[in-house]
Design a protein around this ligand. Sequence first.
Ligand code: FES
Length: 188
Amino acid sequence: MSHSAPNAVSRGPREWSAEQNAEIVAILARYPTKKAAIMPVLWMAQDAWEWIDLDIMRLIARTLDLPPSHVHAVASFYTMFKKAPTHRYHIQICHTLSCALVGAEKIVAHIERRLECDEHGNSKDGLFTLLRVECLASCGSAPMAQINEHFYERLTPEVVDQVIDALRAGTKLQEPRPEADQWIFPVS
Ligand code: FES
């Protein structure tokens, strides 16, 4: 299954709050052009509104004096920017070459089976959203996935089971990478 995220939709017109406007002024001061500030402004919007809909893209376009199509292109290119709501645990599984060579497809199939995902990668239990993504720059510890902000590396079906079971049991996500370059159980 491809697990493509749904296309961005509208949720109604948006405006920045006074605090957000102040933050944007501070962001713009760090960049040579308004266009160059698009990534932190997208992050800021995602932090505030959880995912980037078409109205937020239009707002960012107006703010940065850019064509809406440019904002849409950047938000669409980077999978870290959500274009649809996700469940509590957003699993971004890398399927690029290094991960593919050491079994990413097997891991994806295993996660799909465990979570009973629909065509958008949403799990039947309403806890997880699975999305295939391109290289997450952890090729040396492939196969790997990112769950919310955390990397989970050297994945095996057994490790995936441990992580899913722990998260379903309500265990808090933790950064799994210790100083040593080896797997340590990622949750506590
Ligand atoms: S190819 Fe998977 S992290 Fe680079």
